[in-house]
Design a protein around this ligand. Structure first.
Ligand code: NAD
Ligand code: DAU
Length: 366
């Protein structure tokens, strides 16, 4: 099958961290038209989309993926050529405290979206049916935890540890089942830890940057020896496009940065970057590091073998961890207003009413 060129794309979760980076990539780099469905939970932020909210190629719909009539209306209005599904509850710690939201959005929501996609897909003429794609964006956490050696491949059995990863595993199984049972052209990607602009400051990297700047403790779980494989978000969104347009239907592709770091190393790297870019004066940022009680069921190590994606679809990460971290620290230093928008709900509702951009999408591009 030759490469596909979908131009009218439905993105779910496009007001979140990876979603907003993806929306910019689709519009800026590819000139695509994006219909963006997002419920705007605490993690969704229209300030992350400021540059495209008035762009006729971007259409925002505040919709919960569990709301099937609303999904159906969007499918009918937009008539997408592809779906990139990112909407999810994404934070492991929150899933430990309140797993219900994770089951609801990640499992039930994915089911609702698949059902509405199937309904829409069945109505398409044969040629459009053939080229339609549904890509589910998933995580390496579905594979469980590694010891000190080895990497996750696409053949690694699923063994999730947290309610978050179990709910993502459920979603992945549904996607594959919809392909096998109904022929829906689904693909799944499993990616390692992302970092970069617009990440909500509950995740390790932005939390450490902002706490350090505020002179607050830097809470490292356990001894900080757990390992994650870091990928710059721009490399991830490029990989998603590669899989969507060139991947084989029904297949799974692992995506990773090949940049393993212990958590403590990540935190000290951030501290050193901050020392260079904004010296603390009163002692070093490292002095703020505080070891705290470990996360229950904390997976020890993740590492992705992305060989399949590299060999078959010729994707490779471009950013080294050092370059990506420097850029990310600089981005958070330069984007105070965005940082404030994540902590100020009044500001969030203001941006929402300010950007009520619900006009129909521009006509289909030839
Ligand atoms: P995020 O939490 O920053 O964004 C999630 C978005 O989904 C938010 O905008 C939120 O409002 C929206 N959302 C939540 N529930 C919804 C619902 N019921 N209906 C509609 N929208 C809803 O997450 P992220 O880090 O950008 O992750 C995006 C996707 O990528 C998730 O599926 C996640 O599992 C996956 N993933 C993330 C990483 C990572 O390191 N961040 C790595 C691998 C995979
Ligand atoms: O691996 C992909 C996953 O990466 C994604 O599927 C998730 O959506 C994403 O949130 C992320 O999950 P993690 O649990 O790995 O990310 P988090 O940033 O929460 O934590 C990274 C590591 O840092 C983890 O080992 C726990 C540790 N940590 C985290 C926080 C928030 C700390 O030591 N202190 C902290 O305050």
């Amino acid at each position: 099958m030759p490469d596909l060129h979908p131009q009218r794309i439905l993105v779910t979760g496009g007001a979140g961290f990876i979603g907003s980076n993806l929306v910019y990539f689709l519009i800026d780099e590819l000139g695509a038209e994006v219909a963006n469905i997002d419920k705007l939970t605490y993690a969704g932020n229209l300030a992350s989309l400021e540059r495209v909210m008035q762009n006729p190629r971007h259409q925002f719909h505040r919709v919960d993926i569990c709301d099937r009539p609303a999904l159906r209306a969007v499918f009918e209005a937009v008539r997408p050529e592809a779906v990139l599904h990112l909407a999810a509850e994404s934070h492991v710690d929150r899933s430990i405290e309140s797993p219900g939201d994770f089951i609801q959005t990640n499992v039930v929501g994915t089911f609702c979206l698949l059902e509405e996609t199937r309904h829409y897909w069945a109505s398409l003429p044969a040629a459009e049916k053939e080229t339609f794609r549904f890509l589910g964006v998933s995580t390496d956490e579905v594979y469980g935890s590694l010891g000190p050696t080895g990497k996750f491949t696409e053949q690694t059995p699923y063994d999730p540890s947290s309610p978050y990863s179990a709910s993502k595993a459920g979603a992945d199984h549904l996607l594959r089942a919809y392909h096998r049972t109904y022929g829906l052209p689904t693909l799944v990607t499993n990616c390692s830890n992302n970092y970069g602009p617009y990440q909500f400051p509950e995740k390790l990297i932005p939390l450490m940057i902002l706490n350090a700047l505020a002179g607050k403790p830097l809470p490292v779980y356990g001894k900080g020896e757990n390992v994650r494989d870091w990928l710059y978000v721009g490399d991830h969104v490029r990989a998603l496009w590669t899989v969507l347009t060139r991947g084989a239907v029904g297949e799974t592709y692992n995506i990773g940065g090949n940049e393993e770091r212990k958590n403590l190393e990540v935190v000290t790297t951030i501290c050193h970057e901050l020392e260079t870019l904004r010296p603390r004066g009163a002692g070093s940022y490292d002095a703020l590091i505080t070891f705290v009680k470990d996360r229950p069921g904390h997976d020890f190590r993740y590492a992705i073998d992305a060989g399949k994606l590299e060999r078959e679809l010729e994707w490779k990460p471009k950013r080294s961890f050092e370059a990506g971290i420097r850029e990310t620290v600089s981005w958070y230093l330069q984007n105070d207003e965005w940082v404030r928008s994540t902590t100020n709900s009044e500001c969030r509702s203001w941006t929402e009413s300010h950007y009520s951009n619900r006009a129909p999408l521009a006509p289909r591009l030839e």
